[in-house]
Design a protein around this ligand. Structure first.
Ligand code: ARG
Length: 481
């Protein structure tokens, strides 16, 4: 594919293509300035809408035939040639030039070059404004479906790792300080929950994306007899935009999608950050697959978590894109304004970035294992069982504030001695806690503490097994669809 002329690359006089070559040139007396062509082109990035543009045009022309605006034979010729053009674009045999602005004009002019007047009828009852809005919705809809599948793959990877690491107790952290023990399985499923919400948001965003703007015309609809429902049906849209002014210019779906993707990226970034920490020599909780690490050009011993760092780093641009899109829209009066052309690079970048991130995240998770010995070696450090002991006292009738203070004193005693709570003698417990009895020892130790967390959604093995069952069914059901 020939790239369009980049701005400033042509030092020759500024006269561009003569006006006569442009689809909209009738009223013009002067040719477009070459600098304007370079400045205003979108073909360098909207070529990726080619498939959707062709799908939209075929659906549109078949509707034009069915309402009698063109003949059946003409619609068939248009469809055949558009399919030829599709193949040429796919094969890289189609020439793109800034003079033809965007993908819509490229395809239409190629069609007209081959079909003459029949090609010149395709744009009947259509404007580039409702055309580009339609193309972008089709493109985003496909992206939503792909990303949903990729998120599901990632959930499967976390679920499989959770299955492999069943029974493993790890320290849970708040404020990056040891807090309470949890099952590794429980924590791995917590990522599945986040990605499930991302998928729900995608599905919800898809509902508003899946509305057909075509037929809105430039802004006011059309005086010609069209059948918008028929086009919606052909293209798989669930409905048609009800207001032509809004239909041609609504980009809410782009902003929404950018946000949904940025939040999914934020989840990936949080996970990446956690595993960067987990995989340090200091923590040593997880072993990352070496194929997903990179080395240093100067320090021969380094095995760096660059993939996770880039997942974290690339999240920034997805957040920036949400900002760009909102700012792009905020000053626009009713209906199409050319500013809207700037929506594409932002949303394409978010889609590309998230797909790239998901493409490495799932196999990285699949190749990771937890270092059980290393985790077990320090599990009893940090008094992870303090809260369970406090709750055991509460269960014995001690008021919560009293139990909290008592256990606080016991922890201080253990800290001073440099031992775990379970290593304190009964007399030491009794010195701070008059309710102390030997049976309370069953609350001590990380594994026993985990077993006691039995409320719904908690980390006890039985509760986590319930959740594993839910996830197994959910992921199997999704695989069957
Ligand atoms: N390339 C344009 C865009 O992306 C297509 C619509 C142009 N419409 C117009 N009236 N100039 O928004």
């Amino acid at each position: 594919m020939a790239a369009p002329t980049p701005p400033g690359s042509d030092r020759s006089p500024s006269a561009g293509t003569t006006g006569a070559h442009k689809a909209w040139a009738g009223v013009f007396r002067e040719a477009t300035d070459k600098r304007v062509e370079a400045f205003s082109e979108s073909i360098s990035y909207d070529q990726r809408l080619a498939d959707d543009d062709i799908d939209g045009s075929i659906a549109h022309s078949s509707m034009l035939a069915h309402t009698g605006l063109i003949s059946q034979a003409e619609a068939e010729q248009i469809a055949t040639v558009l399919e030829e053009i599709r193949q040429e674009i796919r094969a890289g045999r189609f020439e793109f030039t800034a003079a033809k602005e965007d993908i819509h004009l490229h395809i239409e002019s190629a069609l007209t070059a081959r079909l003459g007047d029949t090609g010149r009828k395709l744009h009947t009852a259509r404007s580039r404004n409702d055309q580009v809005a339609t193309d972008l919705r089709l493109y985003c809809r496909r992206a939503i479906d792909r990303i949903d599948r990729a998120l599901q793959e990632l959930q499967r990877a976390f679920f499989s790792l959770a299955e492999r690491e069943q029974g493993l107790v790890i320290p849970g952290y708040t404020h990056m300080r040891r807090a309470q023990p949890v099952l590794a399985t429980h924590q791995l499923l917590s990522w599945c929950e986040k990605f499930q919400r991302d998928r729900q948001r995608l599905a919800d965003c898809r509902v508003r994306t899946n509305i057909l703007p075509l037929g809105s015309g430039a802004l006011a609809g059309t005086s010609l007899p069209i059948d918008r429902e028929a086009v919606a049906k052909t293209l798989g849209f669930a409905g048609v935009a009800a207001n032509s002014l809004d239909g041609a210019s609504d980009r809410d779906f782009v902003c929404e999608l950018a946000f949904v993707l940025s939040l999914a990226a934020v989840h990936l970034s949080q996970w990446a950050e956690e595993w960067i920490i987990y995989s340090t020599q200091e923590f040593g909780f997880v072993r990352l697959p070496e194929g997903f690490c990179t080395g240093s050009s100067i320090m021969p011993q380094k095995i760096n978590p660059d993939v996770l760092e880039l997942v974290r780093g690339k999240t920034a641009r997805t957040i920036g894109n949400v900002q760009s899109l909102l700012v792009l829209l905020k000053g626009l009066p009713t209906a199409y304004n050319r500013d809207l052309q700037e929506d594409k690079e932002a949303i394409f970048d978010s889609i590309d970035t998230l797909e790239a991130m998901l493409g490495v995240a799932a196999p990285l998770v699949a190749g990771t294992s937890f270092d059980r010995e290393r985790i077990a070696a320090t599990l009893e450090r940090g008094h992870l069982d303090a809260t369970t002991l406090m709750e055991a006292l509460i269960a014995e009738g001690v008021p919560q504030r009293t139990a909290h203070e008592t256990v606080g004193r016991l922890v201080r005693r253990a800290m001073t001695k440099g031992v775990a709570l379970a290593e304190l003698a009964d007399e030491e417990f009794l010195a701070d806690c008059k309710e102390w009895k030997a049976s309370l020892r069953s609350a001590l130790g990380a594994s026993r503490a985990v077993e006691r967390m039995v409320s719904f959604g908690s980390t006890a093995p039985a509760r986590v097994a319930d959740q594993m069952k839910v996830w197994r069914q959910r992921l199997e059901a999704a695989a069957g669809t």
